[in-house]
Design a protein around this ligand. Structure first.
Ligand SMILES: [Zn+2]
Length: 156
């Protein structure tokens, strides 16, 4: 992830912790950094392994609490994919739009100037916009093809 994004998300977390009189523990920032280095979505186990590799092992309880805090701050978003929970770093000052297959978990960027325009044109009350995320859930074409093949097999 780009450095300016990391600086921005660290600031969001710092502000929140200071405003709410919570401790700025190094663990919380290590978790945040690791999350924003994942190229795509990850599971809690992936995150735990990554922190271990960085010689920054974090207890399951701390990991769980931190991820919940980051979900609350909308710095992380969770998806249910194939019966599992996957997470993804979510911060984009420009805004992003993704399509996600709920069966295999494949995430693809969606280019839609119309959506960007619609967000741009939306009047926000007493609010300074920083960015937006839009996720479109569904089934990708390879999963659809596989499901159709399985159905056809059953009918024969
Ligand atoms: Zn799929």
């Amino acid at each position: 992830m780009k450095d300016h994004v990391k600086v921005a998300v660290r600031k969001v977390l710092t502000n929140y912790l200071e405003q709410n009189k919570r401790r700025k523990t190094p663990e919380r920032f290590a978790v945040l950094d690791a999350i924003f280095d994942f190229p795509s979505y990850f599971s809690l186990q992936n995150l735990s392994d990554e922190l271990e590799e960085r010689h920054f092992p974090v207890s399951k309880a701390t990991l769980y609490n931190t991820i919940n805090l980051l979900l609350e701050l909308r710095l992380v978003i969770s998806h249910r994919v194939g019966g599992e929970t996957r997470y993804e770093a979510a911060y984009d000052s420009v805004g992003h739009c993704r399509q996600i297959c709920t069966i295999c978990g494949k995430v693809t960027a969606v280019k839609s100037p119309a959506i960007h325009q619609a967000v741009e044109n939306t009047r926000l009350r007493r609010f300074r916009k920083e960015g937006f995320s839009l996720y479109i859930y569904g089934v990708c074409s390879s999963c659809q093809a596989r499901i159709t093949r399985q159905k056809n097999k059953k009918q024969q």
